[in-house]
Write a protein that binds this ligand. Structure first.
Ligand SMILES: *Cc1c(COP(=O)(O)O)cnc(C)c1O
Length: 385
């Protein structure tokens, strides 16, 4: 046992223990929080199959924890397929949702045993002609989401108006289409776009029937929001109108969602420490051993701002600057943040750091990525990855 089984691994006491044993920087994952998020979303969306999208945090601890909960998985690349294969996840619980695939992506996923793929254009559809006896497809429809933190409908998905032609072409090529999917963007502020997408897809599925398909799946993607500096809409409130819209689908229609951020974000913290400090223009600059090229990469790629705090709270705080370790001037985590006066070696915590952080971290300037510690009720999970 690494910690007391009842101890929160994100508590100050636990973090102090982990830093004294494993040093800094650390990226601490809590399997119990993964479980909690999964159960909360599953309760908010009854009857919807939850496929965890690996992309935000492709770590073995999440996959084995979620697998034990009965979750399914959403994969997008050869590396993700290899990871779930190594962890002995049943291929029947996996779907492949990258709309644009290399030949090797298709073959690797098929050889693992995945049978459901996503396409959004005629060229991608034709790639499946030679594999038509081994799989079926979903067509990804695009709905622009200017309200989302990350609008994913610019890069992928076909216009609702083009869906009927794809149904027809698939029928001509004798490729089975099982339904539709969409992803209205990540960190949606509200569910309005998803509700609209469900309603439009319900109509479009009629065209599939007319083209001779027997659609039985609607995949509503990910995008469920979490609290960063600003609180997000509670997930129960977010999901209530989705549940209602899904209730209007024909009976027998299977519904899938692909949560990533919602499950991963609250499940990890970044633990880093002050390497050095300097007083510049009347403000203290603290240089940490992890930064924007490391775990805080989400600030660049994902446009997230993470709540940060000093491990040892001081009575008095001062406007301070938190910077990363590299020699690049862009490597600044926060320009103005209220912190107590920190000493060299003091620890700083980043919260809500599970999603799109460690996954996109680099080793720029040869500052290594943090040591990952995955804990489950006091037990340190072996790094199966
Ligand atoms: C990234 C991604 C997800 C996960 O999105 P979140 O906003 O993190 O929930 C789900 N599905 C697909 C196809 C994705 O690309």
């Amino acid at each position: 046992m690494e910690l007391d089984p009842n101890q929160d691994p994100f508590s100050r006491e636990a973090v102090r223990h982990l830093v004294s044993r494993y040093g800094s920087p650390l990226f601490v994952i809590d399997a119990e929080r993964v479980r909690r998020q999964y159960r909360r979303l599953a309760a908010a969306l009854p009857g919807v199959d939850l496929h965890y999208a690996l992309k935000p945090l492709p770590h073995a601890s999440l996959i084995t924890t979620l697998n034990a909960e009965g979750a399914c998985f959403d994969l997008a690349s050869n590396g993700e397929v290899e990871l779930v294969r190594r962890l002995k996840i049943a291929p029947a619980r996996c779907i492949h949702t990258h709309p644009i695939k290399r030949d090797s992506d298709i073959r690797t996923a098929l050889s693992f045993g995945i049978g459901l793929f996503v396409i959004d254009n005629p060229d991608e559809l034709r790639k499946f002609t030679q594999f038509r006896t081994r799989c079926s497809l979903l067509i990804r429809v695009s709905f622009r989401s200017p309200g989302a933190q990350v609008d994913l409908s610019r890069k992928f998905g076909c216009d609702p108006e083009s869906v009927a032609d794809l149904f027809k072409l698939a029928a001509e090529l004798r490729i089975k289409v099982d339904g539709l999917s969409f992803h209205t963007g990540s960190q949606n502020a509200d569910p309005a776009m998803m509700v609209k997408a469900i309603d439009v897809c319900r109509e479009l599925l009629q065209d599939a029937v007319e083209a001779g398909h027997s659609p039985n799946i609607l995949d509503i993607g990910g995008g469920f929001p979490v609290d960063y500096l600003k609180p997000a809409m509670p997930i129960e409130e977010f999901c209530a109108p989705l549940k209602e819209a899904l209730g209007k689908l024909p009976v027998g229609m299977r519904t899938i969602s692909e949560p990533g951020r919602f499950i991963a974000a609250p499940a990890a913290i970044a633990v880093s420490s002050v390497m050095g400090r300097a007083l510049r223009d009347g403000r203290w600059w603290y240089y940490l051993d992890d930064g924007v090229y490391g775990s805080y990469s989400g600030q660049m790629y994902d446009h997230s701002v993470f709540p940060v705090e000093a491990l040892s709270a001081g009575a008095e705080t001062f406007p301070s600057v938190l910077a990363g370790p590299t020699c690049d001037s862009i490597d600044v985590i926060r320009e103005t943040v209220a912190l107590p006066k920190l000493e060299i070696g003091d620890v700083v915590l980043g919260h809500m750091m599970g999603a799109y952080t460690w996954a996109s971290a680099s080793e720029f300037n040869f500052f290594p990525r943090p040591t990952v510690l995955a804990l489950d009720q006091g037990r340190l999970l072996e790094d199966l990855g």
